[in-house]
Design a protein around this ligand. Structure first.
Ligand SMILES: Nc1ncnc2c1ncn2[C@@H]1O[C@H](COP(=O)(O)OP(=O)(O)O)[C@@H](O)[C@H]1O
Ligand SMILES: [Mg+2]
Length: 160
């Protein structure tokens, strides 16, 4: 994993639980307001990736240090635990406009959510249009595991 491209983490997006920083070419780190959420997300993502659910490649937790620069604002000169993962290219559910594209995304989304239930996850919030991306080669990638849970003893049987 190459880290030389972005010396200063650059904020590219944020949601309600954290902010997303580009830390290298094709690599982002999610920094949450609570470190327990970060650890939980990294653990769930590692498990989901291992089980073959379509998510960004997870690289675990790494300390992300922000330089003492004005542009870093509140983050300047501080270090945070970041959940590091592949940056997925494509459109989030919010950015999908074309009805065919939307329909395709929903079919893929349903399939991935069912797979997650079958493997013992409860993928809460996965249908939120800010929590998935349709890639240019028509794959769906789920992310934002803050509200997911995992219990391998109780795979859920889906009958719909
Ligand atoms: N792996 C990723 N690749 C590309 N964009 C991402 C990735 N993870 C998150 N994002 C972008 O950042 C936004 C916020 O991330 P998310 O994990 O949903 O944070 P929150 O828990 O705060 O909602 C997403 O809506 C998405 O646009
Ligand atoms: Mg989100």
């Amino acid at each position: 994993m190459s880290m030389q491209k972005y010396k200063v983490p650059r904020e590219i997006d944020h949601g309600k639980d954290g902010a997303i920083f580009q830390i290298a070419q094709g690599i982002i780190a999610k920094i949450c307001w609570g470190n327990t959420v970060t650890q939980k997300e990294a653990d769930i993502a590692a498990k989901a990736y291992e089980k073959g659910i379509s998510i960004p490649i997870p690289y675990g937790i790494q300390p992300i240090t922000f330089p003492d620069k004005k542009m870093c604002g509140l983050y300047a000169n501080r270090t945070f635990n970041g959940f590091v993962m592949e940056k997925v290219e494509g459109k989030t559910g919010i950015q999908l406009r074309n009805p065919d594209e939307k329909a395709k995304a929903h079919i893929l989304l349903d399939r991935e959510i069912k797979k997650a239930f079958r493997e013992g996850f409860i993928p809460r919030d996965a249908r939120h249009p800010e929590n998935y991306i349709l890639t240019p080669n028509n794959e769906i990638k789920l992310f934002d595991f803050a509200y997911w849970t995992y219990d391998p003893k109780y795979p859920y049987k889906i009958h719909y």
